[in-house]
Design a binder for this molecule. Structure first.
Ligand code: URA
Ligand code: SF4
Length: 259
């Protein structure tokens, strides 16, 4: 952490000037994460813009013919928490934003239920363009699009990924070289996996859309979030706080108060 950031962090901590950080962050290239300010690495930012541009212009699979807008994902690219769904639906296609329809509204509620905000996490999908009529993406479409998700994972280096629905779960398990069975068996499970040499906790649960019209599934999803997702998130935030305090001397900054 540079001196300027350290001094400013202390002022923010003392005076609780969170608003100040939000106001100056676009100028200073900082991202506000919970109670923590992180200076974005310029290389990562450049790589990220390049990746988003590629997705916006991509024609690697036939889904580009039907889309109004590709949906690269949104949220904090310095967050240790990533949510991965299946594919954009019609609202997402119209807006270019992930999970903004009915399922998205429920996902936002679930995220808030465990004490986070949408802006605290990164949200994306396995495929970035809407399959016509909301059909499942074909294996060749998933294969064409997967390199984008892998690059997103390599840049964000999430500590926990929440796979929403069996398509996301199966794809991520297979990326990690693991065998997937079924959501009935695997929902609520936390597993340590490695993708591209990055150690990640994966939590698998039902897709919010599947739970919308099925009260039993909805209760299961809420339970998975309150138990497994909350537990995995708590563990990674805790280990991050410990890592931060190890790298610092006696001076305390707002990074100490991440949780
Ligand atoms: N369903 C998904 O899997 N992703 C979205 O972005 C919206 C609905
Ligand atoms: Fe490209 Fe993925 Fe869209 Fe296919 S779904 S056109 S691979 S961004």
């Amino acid at each position: 952490m540079n001196a300027r950031l350290g001094i400013l962090s202390s002022i923010v901590e003392l005076l609780n000037l969170n608003l100040l950080i939000i106001l100056i962050s676009p100028i200073e290239n900082w991202e506000y994460y919970g109670k923590c300010v992180i200076k974005l690495n310029e290389d990562i930012q450049l790589e990220w813009s390049k990746l988003v541009k590629e997705i916006m212009n991509c024609r690697k699979c036939p889904l580009h013919k039907y889309r109004k807008n590709p949906v690269p994902g949104e949220g904090s690219i310095t967050s240790p928490i990533m949510f991965v769904g299946e594919a954009p639906g019609s609202k997402e296609d119209e807006t270019g934003r992930p999970f903004v329809g009915a399922a998205g509204k429920f996902l936002t509620e679930l995220i808030e239920m465990i004490g986070l905000k949408r802006s605290d996490v990164f949200i994306t999908n396995i495929v970035k363009c809407r399959p016509p009529g909301n059909r499942d993406p074909l294996p060749e479409e998933v294969n064409a699009c997967l390199p984008y998700l892998i690059r997103q994972i390599k840049l964000i280096k999430p500590k926990v990924i929440i796979a929403l629905g069996r398509h996301a779960a199966r794809t991520l398990y297979s990326l990690a070289g693991l065998k997937w069975s079924s959501m009935t068996r695997m929902h609520g499970r936390i597993r340590d996996i490695e993708i591209e040499d990055i150690r990640i906790k994966i939590v698998t649960t039902y897709h919010p859309a599947a739970a919308l019209y099925n009260p039993r599934l909805k209760d299961t999803l809420i339970k998975d979030f309150k138990e497994s997702v909350a537990k995995a998130v708590e563990e990674v935030l805790e280990s991050q706080t410990i890592e931060n305090s190890k790298t610092k001397s006696t001076q305390r900054s707002i990074l100490d108060y991440l949780k």
